[in-house]
Design a binder for this molecule. Structure first.
Ligand code: IPM
Ligand code: MN
Length: 353
């Protein structure tokens, strides 16, 4: 008898439940093949629950979720709820309170998937962004005075302490070493303007790299140059490590170069605790319940989750199955354009696992 894992599932809003269903279908197939079992418990956090009860996240949620091996999330965001309430109250709160200090976002163009980058193919677009996920302007430190007057002042601080920087950099160095491709870690910053924060990052980057990761090549790019090279020469990159806000922005660019929101997956990782895997795409309210949304991003999240749980072979088999499907079956990733329904798309991947 193989291992078993307890997974908390937050299907969430919009098309979240549909893509989560397909993600679970493929995880199930991988479990059968590789000899492990997944036990699921659903949590109904999201817009509907909020509109029904007025509660965004129950006080017990964080403690409850800490008991699981991982969290599998669909999408958060509801057209009838003011922007910010659910994002801050669920997504960001869980990231912070579960101290998921890494946001891992692979940017990989699968075969057969169209990219807006001219003359670029899967051999050029294959890198990973390690986005710091606990600090920066996301900490919400700041304030406003004289609101509504011509003198209104608004401040929102970019905050990092050495501990946050070090643990993120160490994760990124370790990840680069384990990935073992170009063995190159690029720090993406803005040392020419944000002289305090990126002085800290840059010093820590070279100190840690020199002392403990001499086998990993170190590069530095300003963020504005990074986005330029992500378009012009994505093949330069292996692993990019960056701050929370820059990471948020550059990974949307990365996602669109790998085929868009239908394919981009991400993991909110606490290497010592409970991690949460979520597609980068949103809840897509206009496609809800139609069985036409593309579930590949959620299925990819399932693969990332298995990799994180130590089921590397199973994760790889899911990724290979997705690549076979994009190369030979699903030519257009857009909702309603796949040539298959959401559940058929899930079947295609599950069969190949
Ligand atoms: C993301 C999203 C979130 C972020 C929002 C919804 C709070 O854009 O996961 O990238 O800014 O981190
Ligand atoms: Mn984002």
């Amino acid at each position: 008898m193989g291992k078993s894992y307890n997974i908390a599932v937050i299907p969430g809003d919009g098309t979240g439940p549909e893509v989560v269903r397909e993600g679970k279908k493929v995880l199930e197939a991988a479990g059968e093949k590789f000899g492990f079992k997944l036990y699921y418990q659903d949590f109904d956090f999201g817009g509907d629950r909020y509109l029904r009860t007025g509660e965004v996240l129950p006080d017990t949620a964080v403690e409850d979720l800490k008991k699981f091996d991982s969290i599998f999330l669909g999408a958060i965001g509801h057209p009838d709820v003011k922007p910010g309430i659910l994002e801050k109250g669920i997504l960001l709160r869980l990231r912070f309170e579960l101290d998921q200090y890494i946001n891992l976002r692979p940017v990989k163009l699968y075969p057969g998937v169209a990219t807006p980058l001219k003359d670029k193919g899967p051999e050029h677009i294959d890198y990973v962004v390690v986005r710091e996920n606990s600090g920066d302007v996301y900490t919400g430190v700041g304030g406003v005075t004289q609101k509504g007057t011509p003198n209104e002042v608004a401040v929102q601080n970019m905050i990092y302490n050495r501990m946050q920087v070090d643990r993120c950099l160490r994760y990124a160095f370790d990840y680069t070493r384990k990935r073992n491709k170009k063995n190159t870690l690029a720090l993406c910053g803005k040392t020419n303007v944000l002289t305090y924060v990126f002085d800290l990052w840059e010093r820590a980057f070279h100190e840690i790299g020199k002392a403990d990761y001499p086998d990993i090549k170190r590069e530095y790019y300003h963020v504005d140059a990074t986005v330029m090279w992500m378009v012009k020469n994505p093949e330069w990159f292996d692993v990019i490590v960056t701050t929370n806000m820059f990471g948020d922005i550059i990974t949307d660019l990365g996602a669109i170069t790998q085929g868009g929101m239908g394919i981009a997956a991400g993991g909110n990782i606490n290497p010592e605790g409970v991690s949460m895997f979520e597609p980068i795409g949103g809840s897509a309210p206009k496609y809800t319940g139609k069985n036409i949304i593309n579930p590949l991003a959620s299925i990819s999240c399932g693969a990332m989750m298995l990799d994180h749980l130590g089921e590397e072979k199973a994760a790889l088999s899911i990724e290979n199955a997705i690549m076979d499907v994009t190369a030979n079956k699903i030519k257009d990733l857009g909702a309603g354009k796949m040539g298959y329904s959401t559940s058929e798309a899930g079947d295609l991947v599950a069969e190949r696992v």
